[in-house]
Write a protein that binds this ligand. Structure first.
Ligand code: HEC
Length: 696
């Protein structure tokens, strides 16, 4: 890169022209370069996934003076949670339904929009997926997006036109994709998710960046042994399963964590929970169930298994290991360690020696975590607490299926030596009442993880989350800032001794990285779910973030996320850009608004019908309309909607599918009797809310 730029400058000089910055060749060397801060070339900025920028024009000394520089309205979108990429003054990002946009950061104009028409392509898959997408990959001259309906598409970065498209999933199964692909060695890799809606078996696939042809695929859990095993790793893994697990898929989908390691020529994949969650249904008699909830190291050229570390043997709580894996050189006990850092849902922070795959250390991030007491350093295994497997009825377990840490990216600052993690302290009741091993069948395009949950609203817990600065060497908290709500987004850290993070209540903040002192805040007018990024244009440092409220927490978590009042589609979605001398301001936005549940006095709730309706709601509606029918903002709050009051209206929307284009799926199989039961459930929940408010 240096050489090319110098040559270009020399040529320009000889020809008497102004020097022009040579275009960046986005390849392995460029993405691995930690020292260049002008661009943001990959999801976690560089291959290390540190989300650490070496830029320091904006620093702890002046961050208090950050101002809005410009903004772009994106109201056609709903959930905006992607990490944008920046290449030579052009920003590429995904919005709702995997739409990709390219924006010129100098003219601040949209260069192109690529719409993969996801709703049309999705069909019934619309029931199991959200509109969310975490971002694109870039390699040489193409942008790569993985669409919710399962395609991987290569787009010409200049023109925004499709170069190739390939289907990455079996269209008959409930897989969907919302992760960001990664690019390395002329390959693009992507996984998928969806285990709560079907009998799914996890895998990742690497494709040729130029042609879209499959290079390799690695399955994360074994299939039916009768058909033979794909590789030795699957043969080994099969020994850790029981019963006819393959009939339930097994799970282990890779819906997020992907880290390429140029030093060892490896891909680390973070694998998912079981399908179903409940191990007694999935693998009766137990077993570790490899490679669920694991970090698996694969040869980047062939996809061959190299080592694994399992964070939750025999998982049964949806404690997946899909969270990002961050690479860094640490010094631990005076010895250099090629570290992989990982804070999965289960509430522990892991340091793994990635040369060998051996555990270096693991400690609880939060004292409230109660499913395991500690990780035994001799065996590398968690020591589970008594009763944690909810075998004798209902148990209050921490964390809930939302995890202590979810996909919201953590960052690592080599200057402070700290990781910055959004954490949640939310327990949940787990119960397998009514689920009989051998009798239970995996769902097909319906929500059923084999555990009884989310039938009712989640309790509102105050101070249930925090931004935590964690020392990975000492395995200790250094500072912590309490946060509102629970679904707080990912972090960015910089050489300016700064940490940036948005919050669920819509405020974007800057903290001093070594102390946690708050330096700056900016209310954006809508709940934040995306992590900020930083880059330069013409040598000047900017900070950008997409504002939009999205992800499983915002759609399913009931009052915990509904408390912020980001009512469905009411608040503006935007791309915001800040600098030290910005002069823009936002137009006034509507204030947060709480849904007003409708109470219809002449509607007599039938308890039996409401109970029936609750089951139908859980299977078909909860993922978007919220636990306990309390909507967090992803879809309208049905307690406050007049439509469910009238059978005809409810039928139009659900059975006829008149709102499919707006993301409301069609449920052609629901009978009038089903709809009546759903009506009774919604009214029961509406009355409950109003009664709860009336009682002081
Ligand atoms: C994948 C997400 C998703 C699922 C699952 C889902 N919905 Fe919706 N629903 C939406 C969205 C988004 C809208 C808003 C569409 C619009 O903007 O018109 C909506 C709108 C509605 C409306 C209209 C509300 C109003 O006031 O405009 C009703 C009624 C409704 N849904 C009922 C249901 C029922 C009943 C189920 C389960 C059988 C269900 N939905 C499942 C996403 C979903």
């Amino acid at each position: 890169m240096m050489r090319k730029t110098a040559l270009a400058a020399a040529l320009c000089g000889a020809l008497g022209m102004l020097p022009v910055q040579a275009a960046t060749m986005v390849d392995g060397a460029a993405i691995a370069d930690e020292t260049r801060g002008d661009n943001w070339l990959s999801y976690g900025r560089t291959y290390s996934e540190q989300r650490y920028s070496p830029l320091n024009q904006i620093s702890a000394d002046n961050a208090a003076g950050l101002k809005l520089d410009w903004f772009l309205d994106l109201n056609a979108h709903k959930s905006l949670l992607a990490t944008p990429l920046v290449i030579d003054g052009v920003m590429y990002f995904t919005g709702s339904y995997s739409v990709v946009m390219a924006v010129d950061l100098k003219t601040r104009k949209t260069l192109w929009t690529f719409d993969p028409k996801v709703i049309e392509a999705a069909g019934d898959r619309l029931r199991v997926m959200w509109d969310t997408n975490r971002g694109v990959a870039y390699w040489k001259n193409k942008v790569y997006v993985a669409t919710a309906d399962g395609r991987l598409i290569a787009i010409d970065a200049k023109t925004g036109t499709e170069v190739w498209s390939t289907m990455t999933i079996n269209p008959d199964k409930a897989y969907f994709v919302n992760g960001a692909p990664r690019a390395f060695k002329d390959k693009i890799i992507i996984g998928n998710g969806g285990t709560e809606w079907g009998a799914l078996r996890g895998y990742v696939t690497a494709y040729d960046a130029e042609t879209g042809k499959q290079a390799w695929r690695f399955w994360t859990v074994p299939g039916n042994p009768a058909y033979g095993f794909e590789d030795k790793a699957m043969e080994m893994a099969a020994k850790t399963w029981n019963g006819k697990w393959w009939e339930h898929g097994g799970g282990g989908t890779v819906w997020n964590g992907l880290t390429y390691d140029p030093e060892f020529n490896r891909i680390y994949i973070g694998t998912g929970n079981g399908s179903p969650w409940n191990q007694r249904l999935r693998s009766p008699g137990g077993g570790d169930n490899l490679f669920l909830c694991s970090i698996v190291a694969l040869d980047a050229d062939t996809g061959e298994y190299q080592w694994h570390y399992q964070t939750v043997p025999g998982e049964t709580w949806d404690y997946n290991s899909n969270m990002d894996m961050v690479l860094a050189d640490l010094t631990i006990d005076q010895k250099p360690v090629k570290a992989l850092m990982h804070a999965p849902k289960n509430g522990f922070f892991y340091v793994i020696d990635r040369a060998t795959g051996k555990l270096v250390s693991a400690e609880k991030l939060l004292p409230g975590v109660n499913w395991a007491t500690h990780v035994d350093m001799k065996t590398g295994r968690p020591v589970e607490a008594e009763g944690a497997r909810y075998e004798d009825g209902e148990e209050l377990i921490n964390p809930s299926a939302f995890g202590v840490h979810n996909w919201h990216a953590m960052s690592y600052n080599p200057g402070t030596g700290l990781t910055y993690i959004p954490v949640m302290d939310v327990p949940a009741l787990f119960s397998d009442k009514g689920f009989t091993p051998g009798k239970w069948r995996s769902p097909e395009f319906q929500f059923d993880p084999g555990v009884d949950l989310l039938r009712d609203d989640m309790p509102l817990t105050i101070d249930a989350s925090a931004l935590m600065a964690w020392d990975p060497v000492k395995q200790k908290k250094v500072w912590e800032v309490k946060q509102p709500g629970v679904w707080n987004p990912g972090t960015l850290t910089t050489a300016g001794n700064l940490v940036f993070q948005g919050r669920a209540d819509g405020v974007l903040l800057a903290y001093q990285a070594d102390t946690g002192d708050k330096l700056w805040e900016f209310p954006t007018g809508v709940g934040l779910s995306a992590p900020p990024i930083t880059y330069t244009v013409d040598g000047k440092q900017y900070l950008s973030i997409l504002t939009g409220w999205g992800g499983a927490g915002t759609s399913m978590a009931g009052s915990i996320t509904a408390q912020h009042g980001w009512a469905y589609r009411l608040h503006p979605r935007r791309l915001l850009t800040f600098s030290l001398d910005g002069r823009a301001s936002l137009p006034p936005a509507p204030p947060p608004m709480q849904a007003k549940a409708i109470v219809k006095d002449d509607f007599q709730v039938d308890a039996m019908l409401a109970e029936q309706g609750s089951k139908l709601f859980l299977k078909n509606c909860v993922t978007c309309h919220g636990g306990g029918a309390v909507a967090g903002g992803y879809a309208p709050d049905l307690r406050a909607s007049p439509i469910p009051l009238y059978l005809d209206g409810l039928r139009e929307v659900t059975v006829k599918g008149v709102r499919v284009n707006a993301g409301m799926p069609r449920f052609q199989e629901l009978t009038d009797a089903d709809l009546v039961a759903i009506q009774h459930y919604i009214r029961r929940q509406a009355n409950k809310t109003v009664e709860a408010k009336a009682t002081p």
